[in-house]
Structure formats: C-alpha cells, structure tokens
Design a protein around this ligand. Sequence first.
Ligand code: GDP
Ligand code: IMO
Ligand code: MG
Length: 430
Amino acid sequence: MANVVVMGAQWGDEGKGKIVDWLSERADVIARFQGGHNAGHTLVIDGNVFKLSLLPSGILREGKLGVIGNGVVLDPWALKGEIEKIEGQGVSVGTHNLMIAENTPLILPVHQDLDKMREEAAGKAKIGTTGRGIGPAYEDKVGRRTVRVADLADEETLDARLDRLLAHHDALRTGLGAEAIDRAALKAKLMEIAPFILQFAAPVWKVLAEKRKAGKRILFEGAQGALLDIDFGTYPYVTSSNTMAGMASTGTGMGPGGIGFVLGIVKAYTTRVGEGPFPCELDDEIGHHLATVGHEKGTVTGRDRRCGWFDAVLVRQTCTVGGVTGIALTKLDVLDGLDELKICTGYMLDGQKIDHLPTAAAQQARVEPIYETMPGWTGSTGGARSWAELPAEAIKYVRRIEELIGCPVALLSTSPERDDTILVTDPFSD
Ligand code: GDP
Ligand code: IMO
Ligand code: MG
C-alpha cells in the first residue's frame, strides 16, 4: 500500500494544509518531517477557519495520530500556544493524537534573536525570513550543539548542551553588539516547559515502522515548497531545510521504501513571500487582482504575497527533483473571470531559449519568461466538486498544465473549504 508524501511544488502556500486535511480522512498517521512554525496552513471546515503552524494538518480529524518528526525544528512555546489555541476552537490535542520524535531539535529564543539580528544587519540584502529562528536552529543542529527533545529529560545533559550552545551564541551576539544570554533564565524556562513536551516524546522511527507493518496509512506533510529547498531552491532566498519529498524519510526515520506516492501541491498561478527571484512576477493590475481575489497575505507574518502567472518551467523542474507522482492543483477559482491567462513555458537568457531555471543567482535574476496565452472562462469554477461543473476552458487550462509539467492532476481544489475538492486519482490506492 502506498504511503503518501505531500510537498509544496512552488514557493510555499500552495494550499498544502487544505489538501492534507482532506486526504487525512484516508490516512491513519499524519507526520510533519521538516520546517517549523515558519509554516502557516489555513484550513476551512464548514466555514470555521483553523490556522496551523506546527501541528500536522490531520489533527482536526478524530482517531488520527499526528507526528512531529525529527526533521522539524520545534519551538516548544510556540507548540504549546498553538495547542491551546486549537483547543479553544474545540479540537482536543493530547498524547492520544500527538507524538514528537525524541531526536527533534528545539528552537530557542536565542535562535529567534539571531534570525532577527541578522536580517536587520543585512539591510537590503535580507532574506525576508519569517523571523522564527528556523535558520539558526538548523545551523545548530548540523553544528552538533543543539538541545533536542530527549535532552529535556536529563538535567546533566541539558547543562552540557546549554554550555556548548551558549559558548557559540554568546560569541556571535558579542559580534552583533547584543547582550550575552541569561543562562539561568533560559535553563529555568526549559525546565518549566520540559514536562509538557516530554509527555509527547517517543521513538517515532519505531512507531512508524510498527504502523507500517500493521498496514496503516501514513501521510507525510511537507511544509514550505520546493523552490525554498535549501539545495534546489532559489538560494540563498530559501528556508534552511530540504522541503522535497526525500526529506520525509530522514525527517521521520521511515526508510525510503515506505514512501509510495508523492503528491506535489501546485497553485494554479504563482506566489512567493519574502525576497528573491520570481521570473513571472506581475507588478500590475493582474498581479493585484490575483493577490486580492486569492487573499494572498501570509498567515505567519501577515506580509503580502507576491503574485504572478503560472510558471510551468519551475513546476516541471520541482516535480522532477521531488519525484512527484501526481499533483493537487489548487486555487483554480482565483482565475475565474480573467479574459486571458498566461503560462510560462520557457525562459530567455542572454538571447538563448532555456527550459529550466539556472542555478547561478545572477542568471536567475536575468531570465525572461516566454509566455503562451490561453483564453479565460466566463463561468465559475468556485466550489466545483466534479469535472462536469468546470467550464471547458478551465479544463483546457488544467490539461495544458499537466502537459507542460509532465505530471497528472490527482486532485483539484476549487475553494478553501475542505469538501470543495475533486478527486481524480486516489494517491493512497495508486
Ligand atoms: P499552505 O501553506 O500550503 O498550507 O497554504 P496556505 O494555507 O498558507 O495558503 C493557501 C490559502 O489558500 C489558504 O488561505 C487556503 O484556505 C486557501 N485555499 C486553499 N485551496 C484553495 C482553493 O482551491 N481556492 C481558494 N480560493 N483558496 C484556497
Ligand atoms: P508554508 O508551509 C511561504 C519563506 C520566507 C522567506 C524564506 C526563509 O506555509 O508554505 P525562514 O523563516 O524559513 O528562514 O524564511 O522562506 N517561507 C515561506 N514562504 N510559505 C511558507 O511555509 C514559508 N516558510 C518560509 O518568507 O522567504
Ligand atoms: Mg502557508
């Protein structure tokens, strides 16, 4: 039986949360494998809006196990706040439906400080991060000086970890003109939150192996998007984790053989938040229209998302690198009523036609999109729940996207509501 990995195939905010929530009806376990509370996933169920950052988007359904894998960087206080908020909306979260990998690295206030100080110091050269401490936390993970969930259970280990971590951070802070860290206060803060986090701690790799053996379905929920991937994204304007499907394996401890279907989530146009290249960006009426109709405002930071036409070059590339089996195409309804639509099919670079986004930053900044134009549609796709409800031109647009990216549409989303979703191929039974 196929387990499914959901990954964003653009610059994030493709509608992963909605699709994961919808798909999780068919799953037993929903596992996050990278990123942290830089993610913002909005789910709408019968008009009720839920915003999730760290909790897997399957948490809203009863009887499902939500997992935070070791590939995530976890801010314990952010998690506690999110759990309290979602419980206030009537969703129960406890050890019956949430598990955290013991080897998950923590995001501490020092990471957020550093993220913000660096962005400020960079001025115009800033990345435009979410300021959540994501980059510095991953740096400390690979620098072998981080505090992990399991360390909270043993004061001696915690002391040793803090010594190593703070020696590094205090040096950095001195360089940036900031005060040294109050070690005692940080330790007390960690000791206070420790019991809350430790109640969820488990050897996730083992639990997932057992679930798999028992024939349970696992849905891996990616955050961010392929173009924000630390290796394959628009470096350095990226996040600090691998956002591709391959990360689901090392980010949870489930071997690669346990992953079947890779579902790329693709918005019917393109958006990005933060700085960095964006070949199809529209700084005009149409861009404004997409932003307004699509409510393109960041969930986490409230920043406006930049908008542009669908870029088939980028999605073809990310589907290839990510090993995408099929896509979920979202927000088709946002294109309703436009006279004509453009799709980027290639780039011009210094007078040459190219079929991929080059790696060199200077070239990424210079590519010019080559567009083909398609007619828009007059009817509405909003809320459609079957192909039969879609205008012919909308179907043609979807078919053209499939052709250009070389990947079939498995799901189509036509509104923020959970059930306004068209199933073409069930990723779990493929
Ligand atoms: P994620 O980060 O990939 O989970 O995406 P976000 O939740 O940050 O952004 C997607 C936004 O689009 C959310 O506000 C969703 O409620 C909304 N959304 C998802 N699918 C659709 C759709 O098909 N149509 C419309 N109009 N909105 C959608
Ligand atoms: P979801 O899961 C869109 C962007 C930030 C910034 C860059 C680095 O909702 O799709 P970071 O704080 O991660 O160091 O910021 O990555 N970014 C996202 N953009 N959606 C996200 O998550 C994002 N998470 C990070 O805007 O450009
Ligand atoms: Mg988002």
